[in-house]
Ligand binder design. Structure first.
Ligand SMILES: CC(C)(COP(=O)(O)OP(=O)(O)OC[C@H]1O[C@@H](n2cnc3c(N)ncnc32)[C@H](O)[C@@H]1OP(=O)(O)O)[C@@H](O)C(=O)NCCC(=O)NCCS
Length: 150
């Protein structure tokens, strides 16, 4: 069993490990079919003894980013891991030159609001973000659009 008091870290997910990400996204009802397309960076969130806690990533288009695929494995939800993981993802995004993270969510608006994301009109996102698969085909019109300046 994973010891929840242990330290954890975030590592880059290599394409040969995308199967685990795909499974976790499908189990959570999140888009998974386009994860091997360009401009995407995915990360794995693990305890220091190797226990998997979750996945997440972003698409990068210059200074604009699309946060996506943030998922904590079901048995570890509600322990604060999502918040901690998101902070690291944001640091990585900023380090890699992103100035803003946009997202669409149908399930976790309150979670992202707690993390400093503000609701935005879908049409206020830059054209490059509105042209992403999540915006054009994968997320329903009813999904809430949010943004955070990094
Ligand atoms: C959303 C998710 C990543 C949050 O991870 P988590 O580890 O459970 O979240 P935390 O324990 O860090 O929660 C932080 C706070 O957000 C709240 N929260 C967590 N998930 C929430 C959700 N889905 N909706 C509303 N609030 C949520 C928690 O209650 C907590 O609030 P508190 O500080 O007042 O107690 C996780 O629930 C998940 O993987 N969900 C399925 C996939 C998903 O919907 N991802 C979002 C993609 S857009």
């Amino acid at each position: 069993m994973t010891d929840l008091t242990r330290d954890f870290h975030v590592s880059v997910l290599l394409p040969q490990d995308y199967d685990g990400l795909r499974d976790a996204l499908k189990a959570a009802g999140l888009p998974a079919d386009d994860i091997d397309q360009p401009n995407r960076e995915f990360f794995r969130f693990v305890t220091d003894d190797g226990g998997l806690l979750g996945y997440g990533g972003y698409e990068a288009y210059g200074a604009e980013g699309l946060l996506r695929s943030v998922v904590i494995l079901e048995q570890f939800r509600g322990w604060g891991f999502g918040l901690q993981f998101l902070k690291v993802l944001e640091d990585l995004a900023r380090f890699n030159g992103l100035a803003r993270l946009w997202l669409l969510t149908t399930t976790a608006e309150a979670f992202f609001a707690k993390c400093g994301y503000a609701k935005a009109e879908r049409g206020s996102a830059p054209a490059i973000i509105r042209a992403t698969k999540e915006f054009t085909t994968l997320c329903p019109d009813s999904a809430v659009c949010m943004v955070k300046a990094l």
